[in-house]
Design a protein around this ligand. Structure first.
Ligand code: ADQ
Length: 477
């Protein structure tokens, strides 16, 4: 069997002892790389003044980590520019936030070409290549132009938008057509797959599109059943592979850390109040402002509950070089201060706002302490926090997940989570009230349903399914 080559914007390089960074995706992909041997390539995170030099290669066992520096112009145009100011907002349905600049688009393709040029000499005939996420959509096309015929797969971690939104992007057709250079395209949900196929059909380039049984594409099972597609002169497969977490390991981590210092201190500081928790990167797609509005509405509608609850919002800064993110950092801090000013008392702070990253162990312990997990993105490819919150719960006394219908995770957690529409403040406020007053038997029943699914389809399963589909190819007979 050939090696695996993984390409992603950033590379989770192992520590000095060779341990991969914590986090399900890094661990699962490392495991796949270790079993077959291979390469993980991406941006080093470093910038250079002038043209970047050759990549650095670090060998750990049978895995080579190939890290390319980028020039400041590359980072501004490819990463902060086209990827995070055009693709990210558009794929999250925020046309209003997309800032399109031709120079940045050129930078995006230039960096993809650079990665392709660096990768080509390392590729052996039997290797399979797995490209991750929206930063690198044109990579397969650049590799094909350089004569690479290996199997290449792509997994999109964020949603795929409907055609009307996608087509508002000036070079949508180049992006869409370049995907035909892959052999397998993985989406988080079948809704994303359906949107992608809708784009091909509307563009008139999906010459032939068949569901797994040769008939129409079935939307509604979200199980990775694929579609065979002939488009733009190539055959390829596309399917939903909903990403999971390392469920069993996260559950046991959460159970172990409850007695530890920081988690124990936090529990004491609650003085018996029910904890409502939100954990997100500080990103407009996560619906943090709408969530705080809903929490305030809950406090207004349920005056008796006021001093009986505390909300903890953990939101480390992210993408601070992008203006929309900087503006949001200030807005959320102000909003938390206003809610605390309006509703707080000398003995009670309604919202605790923590603007930094916490270790996985502490996060796991905090999830387990919480009576309610508030995961309310306006749009999210999957949302791993929702899954982590469920995995961390105490089976005897589980908390309740309040989940946005617009998170990819909603497809799998139906029947367990209390759903909300984050644009509907009153409904989300009612969902918080419902979660807080839910009887134990119902909490246990809902939790078991969700946990069963998360144990069945964890990150290892996800990785194996994608790799099997990519290696086996597809029976297009
Ligand atoms: P993200 O948008 O980054 O990922 P998410 O899926 O929620 O979002 O993953 C965030 C990860 O970061 C989780 O593992 C979480 O525990 C961790 N995290 C969040 N806040 C943290 C904090 N304060 N301290 C420490 N860790 C924190 C993208 C897509 C998602 C998709 C994932 C994976 O946008 O939709 O689920 O990729 O495919």
């Amino acid at each position: 069997m050939g090696r695996l080559i993984v390409v992603s914007n950033r590379v989770p390089v192992p520590d000095r002892n060779g341990n991969p960074p914590a986090g399900g995706l890094a661990v699962a992909v490392h495991a796949a790389l270790q079993s077959d041997g291979g390469i993980w390539m991406g941006w080093s995170g470093e910038t250079t003044e002038g043209e970047p030099g050759p990549p650095t290669v670090r060998q750990e066992g049978n895995i080579s980590y190939v890290l390319s520096d980028l020039s400041q112009t590359d980072v501004d145009e490819y990463y902060n520019g086209f990827a995070n100011r055009v693709l990210w907002p558009i794929f999250h349905l925020r046309l209003d936030l997309a800032e399109y600049a031709r120079r940045e688009m050129a930078g995006y393709f230039r960096v993809n070409r650079l990665f392709a040029e660096r990768l080509v000499p390392m590729i052996q005939p039997d290797d399979v290549i797995w490209v991750h996420d929206y930063h690198l959509i044109p990579l397969a096309d650049e590799l094909r132009k350089r004569g690479v015929t290996n199997r290449i797969g792509f997994f999109l971690h964020i949603p795929w938008p409907p055609a009307d939104i996608m087509f508002a992007m000036p070079i949508y057709d180049t992006i869409l057509r370049s995907l035909a250079s892959y052999d397998l395209i993985g989406f988080q949900t079948d809704y994303d797959l359906e949107n992608f196929i809708g784009c091909l059909r509307r563009e008139g380039c999906g010459d032939q599109i068949r569901g797994p049984d040769g008939g129409d594409i079935a939307v509604g099972n979200n199980t990775g059943a694929g579609s065979w597609i002939r488009a733009c002169g190539r055959d390829f497969a596309a399917a939903a592979f909903p990403i999971g977490i390392d469920t069993a390991r996260f559950a046991s981590l959460a159970a172990r850390v409850t007695a530890r210092g920081q988690v124990r201190d936090m529990r004491r500081s609650l003085e018996g109040r029910a904890l409502i928790i939100g954990v997100d990167r500080l990103d407009y797609s996560k619906g943090i402002a709408q969530r705080i509005d809903a929490y305030e509405r809950f406090l207004q509608n349920n005056p008796d509950d006021r001093e009986r609850v505390t909300m903890l919002q953990v939101a480390p800064k992210s993408r601070s070089d992008v203006p929309e993110y900087r503006a949001m950092q200030d807005a959320i801090a102000t909003q938390c201060g206003q809610v605390n000013g309006r509703h707080g008392t000398i003995n009670w702070v309604p919202i605790r706002y923590v603007n930094r990253s916490l270790s996985r162990a502490i996060l796991a312990g905090l999830y387990r302490e919480a009576r309610v997990g508030l995961v309310t993105p306006l749009r999210d490819g999957m949302n791993l926090v929702a899954k982590e919150f469920v995995a961390a719960q105490d089976p005897e006394d589980p908390g309740v997940l309040v989940l946005s219908r617009f998170a990819g995770a909603a497809r799998e957690l139906a029947g367990g989570a209390v759903f909300c529409n984050p644009y509907d403040t009153d409904q989300t406020a009612s969902a918080i009230a419902q979660a807080l007053s839910m009887p134990l038997a119902e909490r246990q029943e809902r939790w078991q349903r969700m946990m069963g699914r998360l144990l069945d389809y964890d990150i290892t399963h996800w990785c194996r399914d994608f790799m099997t589909a990519l290696r086996q190819g597809t029976d297009r007979a």
